[in-house]
Write a protein that binds this ligand. Structure first.
Ligand SMILES: [Zn+2]
Length: 281
């Protein structure tokens, strides 16, 4: 668990554990001879992948960004991905109760980003965070109702449809402020409606960039995952993000980095993108 301050807000990185993805899929068209310098694959070509959520305590609200894989994955998918299911233990360890969370933001609705939105209780699917309002883009939810054959496996309606039915999940239309200091911005590429979460307080800014830049290994504009539905848009969105985040010194938070939940992204003298670890916090 790592903690830091962004202005008056306290941010805690909390993991749902590690899962594993095929290294080839994770790094798209990048040859293994290049990506294996960043992370070693096992004998099945799998690499460890993080599931980083962020708790933001603003003083008034306790916001949870992203909810990991959860514990409802069917057996056939557990065999492929594993199901670490550590988020609730780690929240408790950080002194955050399920009732403390009053806002949950999902960047998109793939199962590894909204799994703990709900849990099974006595044959029913119920909200994990009973007091929370949940937020996602309406376009993402609409797409998830009729996904393509290519990514249908990623959408599991029990992670969000019960919340829509109960009115606990609010559907957003584009860029919007959720509460003072916390807003969302749509960056198309991974999916068409994936949103990043921007946190601003006391003149400092942090951004949970989600699958637009899943780890600190994916900083180069061309290192795009093969899961992305619109890889050319991912590249454009990354350029747009860097154009603002680098000069304004935003802290970038990585969903899937197993080691580094956040870092400053900079361009070095050779034009390479580098992650600078934070020293404050
Ligand atoms: Zn993901």
């Amino acid at each position: 668990m790592q903690r830091l301050q962004v202005g008056n807000f306290e941010l805690t990185a909390i993991s749902d554990g590690l899962y594993h993805l095929d290294g080839g899929a994770f790094f798209g068209v990048v040859p293994k001879s290049l990506w294996q310098k960043k992370v070693a694959a096992d004998e099945h070509n799998l690499v460890p992948v993080g599931l980083n959520s962020i708790v933001v305590r603003t003083g008034e609200h306790t916001v949870l960004i992203e909810t990991g894989i959860g514990n409802k994955l069917p057996e056939r998918l557990v065999k492929i991905y594993g199901q670490p299911a550590k988020l609730l233990d780690h929240l408790a360890g950080a002194g955050v109760s399920l009732e403390d969370i009053d806002i949950v933001i999902n960047t998109h609705l793939h199962f590894d980003h909204c799994g703990w939105n709900t849990i099974r209780q006595g044959g029913k699917v119920v909200p994990t965070f009973p007091r929370a309002k949940y937020y996602v883009q309406e376009g993402e939810w609409q797409y998830g109702r009729r996904p393509s054959e290519r990514d249908a496996i990623s959408y599991m309606s029990e992670n969000y449809d019960p919340l829509i039915a109960s009115g606990q999940m609010q559907l957003l239309h584009g860029d919007q402020e959720i509460i003072p200091g916390i807003s969302v911005k749509v960056f198309p590429g991974h999916t068409r409606h994936m949103q990043a979460v921007i946190i601003r307080s006391g003149g400092q800014t942090a951004c949970y960039i989600s699958d637009l830049i899943p780890t600190s290994w994916h900083l180069e504009v061309t290192w795009v995952m093969s899961f992305d539905l619109f890889p050319l848009e991912t590249m454009e969105s990354r350029k747009q993000y860097y154009a603002q985040a680098i000069p304004q010194k935003w802290l970038t938070m990585f969903t899937h980095d197993p080691n580094l939940p956040w870092a400053y992204v900079e361009k070095d003298e050779r034009g390479k993108m580098v992650a600078k670890q934070t020293t404050y916090g």
